[in-house]
Design a protein around this ligand. Structure first.
Ligand code: FAD
Ligand code: FES
Length: 379
């Protein structure tokens, strides 16, 4: 995301910087004074990296100049971190309410097996590192006022946006809130469970909250679709789940099952999901044999790309400023006009094509499409 702080003060400072530093870029001078100052992009400094559980760490980031955003609990930010000389962008849910001075962003990252950015953020990044930031966004937020009965369902690192919600409710209502909230969180075992002690504490502080922490290595996965023969069912753990407005975040399979269960119960509107990854599946596998040259018309760059790498990733790897939000086909922040050639939607294999002779273009989502032959996008 390329948004910058746009307050009147930020605009005045930027204009002044441009006047005084032309013909050199004002950013060069601003960065010399303070690496967190940039007129072009939002930046932040990693203040601390604290182990949270096995293979997970909590990062506190101090945002720099231009960060004027307040987030809602459940939203996520983009973090761009330099690894091996190039910036890699990933999304992370904020895990705390906005800090009172707006100077602290907190995320908790689980290092995925073979995960490129997450492994670096958990095990490699040093406090003091300057990162790029994209502003908070996302619709996975609790309404105000809170519905009468709430279920928060999570597994693994899916607890992160839910933790922000619980901490926000706790801060807003103080101890003893009577809100009727049930939390069911699954982790593989005690070593990999995030925020376990704090969840227990919150359960004790709020008489209306029921917090169930499950360890799947012993109890098995919570069964959403299937029968009791497959293991412990949601019905057994939360008998009144149908009456509860539900927010769920976790692995794709769990969320797919939840979608089916709520839809079968005729209650799809009461379920709100946050997915951490788009499911590309077979279309991406097919795409491995295709690909082509992507021309980024405005940047004047061309990139050879395989048929499984998204246009967004290909552009980022070439150092092109690419707009993005969710990175999984939901928010449409990444859309760009396809001028010529073809791209394939990696979710379902749909091809979008614009002939060289066409005067018009098609809008495509760069985060879920890959080159299907040579193509030109207007970025
Ligand atoms: C809205 C949103 C919020 C997020 N919040 C958090 C958060 O709070 N904490 C957190 O740890 N992560 C969160 N993520 C996931 C995060 O953005 C990265 O996808 C994750 O850290 C893996 O990045 P990586 O570079 O290590 O993996 P990559 O190197 O990109 O991928 C490694 C392997 O893992 C697979 N993979 C990548 N991402 C996922 C995923 N999310 N689930 C399953 N498989 C995946 C890839 O297909 C590949 O096989 C969030 C994602 C989104 C979209
Ligand atoms: S970044 Fe959200 S749809 Fe592409």
């Amino acid at each position: 995301m390329t948004a910058i702080g746009d307050s009147p003060l930020a605009r005045r400072v930027r204009a002044a910087a441009t006047r005084f530093t032309t013909p050199l870029l004002p950013d060069d001078y601003l960065s010399l004074v303070n690496p967190l100052w940039s007129a072009r992009e939002l930046r932040g400094r990693i203040v601390s990296v604290t182990p949270e559980a096995e293979d997970a760490a909590t990062l506190v980031v101090e945002p720099g100049w231009g960060w004027t955003f307040e987030h809602s609990a459940g939203q996520y930010i983009g973090i761009g971190v330099q690894i091996d000389g190039r910036f890699v962008w990933r999304s992370y849910s904020l895990t705390t309410p906005p800090s009172r001075d707006g100077r602290r962003l907190v995320v908790t990252v689980r290092a995925m097996p073979d995960g490129f950015a997450s492994h670096h953020l958990v095990h490699g990044v040093e406090p003091g590192t300057v990162v790029r930031l994209a502003p908070p966004q996302g619709e996975f937020v609790l309404p105000e006022p809170l519905p009468g009965k709430v279920l928060l369902l999570s597994a693994g690192s899916g607890i992160t946006p839910i933790m922000a919600m619980l901490r926000t409710l706790d801060r807003r209502h103080g101890s003893g809130s009577l809100a009727d909230v049930t939390v069911v969180h699954s982790a593989p075992d005690a070593d990999r469970a995030l925020f376990a002690e704090e969840l227990d504490l919150l359960g004790r502080r709020h008489p209306g909250w029921r917090i169930v922490q499950r360890h799947t290595s012993a109890a098995g996965r919570l069964v959403l679709t299937g029968s009791g023969a497959d293991g412990e069912m949601l019905e057994d753990v939360v008998p009144d789940w149908r009456e509860r407005e539900t927010w769920a975040c976790g692995p794709a399979a769990m969320l797919d099952d939840a979608e089916k269960l709520w839809a079968d119960a005729g209650n799809a509107d009461a379920l709100h999901l946050e997915r951490f990854a788009a499911s590309f599946g077979a279309a991406a596998q097919e795409g491995m044999t295709q690909g082509g040259t992507i021309t980024f018309a405005r940047s004047g760059r061309t990139v050879e790309s395989d048929g499984a790498t998204t246009v967004l990733q290909a552009g980022e790897e070439a150092g092109i400023p690419m707009p993005f939000g969710c990175r999984m086909g939901i928010c449409h922040t990444c859309v760009a006009p396809l001028r010529t050639g073809a791209v394939r939607d990696l979710r379902d294999g749909t091809e979008h094509r614009v002939a060289d002779t066409d005067q018009s273009s098609q809008t495509v989502q760069t985060c879920v499409t890959a080159a299907a032959g040579d193509c030109t996008v207007d970025l």
